[in-house]
Design a protein around this ligand. Structure first.
Ligand SMILES: Cc1cc2nc3c(=O)[nH]c(=O)nc-3n(C[C@H](O)[C@H](O)[C@H](O)COP(=O)(O)OP(=O)(O)OC[C@H]3O[C@@H](n4cnc5c(N)ncnc54)[C@H](O)[C@@H]3O)c2cc1C
Length: 388
């Protein structure tokens, strides 16, 4: 994989691709990416750990290798580019939203089991259409301990059907809590089986992920399950959004590169007309656009990764540019790749058919393109164009 990257990042990518080819491809051949057998995730984790990759993206404090944004981006890009749909599992998922559990008791009760993979947490952020904003009213719970009664409905909770806890963003009304007169958003860890908590039906999105809604009716949540403080819930929840967006961008660029490679093979291969498609000028032009746009998205990706690694003031803007550019590019690239592959790529289960569904989802997940455009303009209006 020629990368144009510094030697250490290029070397990491080569080693990861070799690992996928030697260890994961034989292990996952013929496995349906949307119905993996139990235990496959653990087996991939074990092999990746033995090869020295698994803990790459975890913080040093959690026994990880503490890689920075550039190194993580290079790893994610290479894994997506490998074409193995299970390759992303070679990197530890980490504590996810539970990283926000930061006092000693919460780290022991909530963070450690999630990090160890013994328990899981899902994120209840998106309000269900038509429902009132989720409220958390301070109160005394049974037994007299302080807490909140949570009422509302959250939609599209990814992995909610198998999660032990739902980390819910809820609004605490002003003048309802002695220590937080102004009220504001709070992050509360709700047990999935708490009284008044009801999971809705599970639905699968076209990318293969599963989601469900949760309805809460005066669901009791102890004060000890408040992550951070009242009023800082939303900023805390969004504090990690740049890393998540950069992750999506890296995967989108990796998938675009994979689609380009598959398309090159297809157009250079034999064709029933006797002339390879690569000899047709229109095909050459379409392919040139795929490669050029991927190149542009990739250049943007690494620039944003560097900005995030350096904690540059422009980092959030650059990451928003990278995420929107990479995912919109992937949408166009995979569409053209299917066009040049012809009808075979439309069959369910074809790698391009699956990538098309993933690509469609990435344009909405972690911030739809239109919202990112608002973010970009807002930030540039505040900081000026010179910062980019
Ligand atoms: C794969 C995936 C996983 C997800 N996982 C979770 C999860 O775990 N937890 C969770 O809480 N949520 C999750 N979501 C939901 C996600 O946060 C929302 O889809 C996202 O915030 C957009 O909200 P919405 O779907 O309600 O669309 P809406 O907010 O209704 O927006 C619909 C569309 O309108 C346009 N739009 C919206 N606002 C504006 C604006 N101000 N200006 C211009 N155009 C606009 C955009 O094109 C947008 O796509 C997930 C979504 C996806 C795709």
């Amino acid at each position: 994989m020629n990368s144009g990257l510094p030697d250490d990042l290029a070397d990491l990518q080569e080693r990861l691709l070799a690992f996928v080819a030697a260890e994961l491809d034989p292990l996952t051949r013929g496995v349906d990416p949307e119905a993996p057998p139990r235990g496959l995730r653990g087996e991939i984790a074990q092999r990746s750990e033995a090869a020295g990759f698994y803990r790459l993206s975890l913080p040093v404090a959690d026994g990880g290798l503490g890689a920075g944004a550039l190194r993580i981006t290079a790893a994610r890009e290479a894994l997506a580019c490998s074409g193995n749909p299970f390759a992303s599992l070679a990197l530890a998922h980490g504590p996810g939203i539970m990283r926000l559990a930061d006092n000693d008791a919460q780290r022991e009760e909530l963070y450690a089991p999630v990090l160890a993979g013994q328990r899981s947490a899902a994120f209840g952020f998106t309000e269900a259409p038509g429902a009132q904003r989720t409220q958390a009213v301070p109160c005394r719970l049974a037994g007299g301990q302080p807490g909140f009664a949570v009422t509302g409905k959250k939609a599209f909770v990814t992995g909610g059907d198998s999660a032990d806890w739902i980390v819910v963003v809820a609004n605490v009304p002003p003048n309802s809590h002695a220590e937080a007169e102004a009220g504001g958003t709070a992050l509360l860890v709700v047990d999935r089986d708490a009284p008044g908590a009801e999971q809705g039906p599970v639905g699968a999105s076209i990318d293969g992920a599963t989601h469900c809604s949760f309805t809460f009716t005066e669901t009791p949540v102890p004060q000890t399950r408040l992550l951070g403080r009242i009023g800082d819930g939303l900023p805390r929840a969004l504090a990690n959004i740049d890393q998540m967006r950069l992750r999506v961008a890296a995967e989108a660029v990796g998938l675009s590169r994979w689609a380009n490679r598959a398309t090159l093979k297809r157009i250079e291969g034999p064709h029933r007309t006797g002339t390879a498609l690569a000899e047709r000028e229109q095909v050459q032009a379409i392919f040139a656009d795929m490669v050029s746009e991927t190149y542009q998205a990739r250049a943007t990706l690494y620039r944003a990764a560097e900005a995030l690694e350096l904690n540059a003031p422009s980092a959030a803007t650059e990451v928003a540019i990278a995420k929107s550019t990479a995912t919109e590019t992937l949408g166009r690239v995979v569409d053209r790749a299917i066009q040049l592959h012809g009808a075979q790529a439309l069959l369910r289960g074809h790698p391009l058919e699956r990538t098309l569904r993933v690509a469609r989802s990435l344009r909405i997940a972690e911030g739809p393109t239109e919202l990112l455009r608002l973010t970009i303009t807002r930030q540039v209006r505040a900081a000026g164009v010179e910062g980019l």
